[in-house]
Structure formats: structure tokens, C-alpha cells
Design a protein around this ligand. Sequence first.
Ligand code: HEC
Length: 135
Amino acid sequence: MRRILLLASLAMAGPVAADGVENGHELYMSRCAACHGEKAHGDGPMAALLTIPVADLATLSARNGGVFPRVDVVLTIDGRMTLRGHGGEGPMPVFGPILGGGSAVLDGPDDTIVETRGDVIDIALYLETIQGEGN
Ligand code: HEC
């Protein structure tokens, strides 16, 4: 019986679990939409106050040869990949220390493993589901 419960919880912890996307959506709305906009087109209410344009996050795949740049997105959110608008040089906060979800890993390039937080992966999963969506 204990083994069955363990298996059930492992199955639910899968990286593509629907509740991960749902959690990512909620986090996106509370942490990101103010700048990136509710539909992620870079048109949130705070965008007008910033001196550099806020990126459209629904075109990440389109701008990357049709492939969602999952690892880059994760590293951008947790703050390890520094953009003009990130890492203290610009307005976008470094979210790694703020977000929760425990430790989590995803496959990086060349068989490497990328460690981050569960919430960061959930936000990336959510963004992946809205690629190519218009207004
Ligand atoms: C205070 C405003 C602000 C908030 C809040 C914010 N961002 Fe950003 N973000 C920016 C700006 C500005 C850029 C463009 C930076 C640049 O071009 O240098 C950007 C760029 C990005 C990029 C890179 C896009 C690309 O085209 O490569 C990603 C991914 C991203 N943000 C995700 C997020 C996520 C996810 C959240 C919430 C967890 C978030 N951002 C919260 C302002 C913000």
C-alpha cells in the first residue's frame, strides 16, 4: 500500500503535470503580468513606465526557430542569465530567491542538468503553453 501511494505521488510530480502549468499561470499573473501583460505581449501597465521595451513572451518560440527555449527562460527567470533588463542592471527582478517550489531540475544542453526552483519551471511550462497566442 505504501508503495502504491509513493508511485502515485511520483506520477503527480511529473514536469508536465497540469497543476504545474496552473501554478505557473497564477505565479505569472501575480509576478510578471504587471510588466509583461496578462497575455504576455510586453504590454502590462508598468511597461509604459520603463525606459526599455518589455519582451513579448508569447513569441519566445517564434523567435527561436520554432523551439521553446525552456532552459534560457528558466535561467532568465531565476536570474542567472543576465539580460539588459535583468540582474540589477534593469527593471526586471531576479526571481530565483523570491520563488518557492523546492529544488527542481530540468535537462540542459549536452546532457547537463539545470537546477532551479519548482516555481520557476512551472512558470516556464505555463509560458510554453501560450506560445503563438494573439491578444
Ligand atoms: C519590472 C518589470 C518586469 C517584471 C516584473 C518581469 N519582467 Fe521579464 N523582462 C522585463 C524587461 C524590461 C525585459 C526585456 C529585457 C531586455 O531586453 O534586456 C524582460 C525580459 C524577459 C525575458 C526574456 C525575453 C526574451 O525575449 O528573451 C523573459 C523570459 C522574462 N522577462 C520573463 C519574465 C517572467 C517569467 C517574469 C515573472 C516571474 C518577469 N519576466 C517579470 C521586465 C520585467
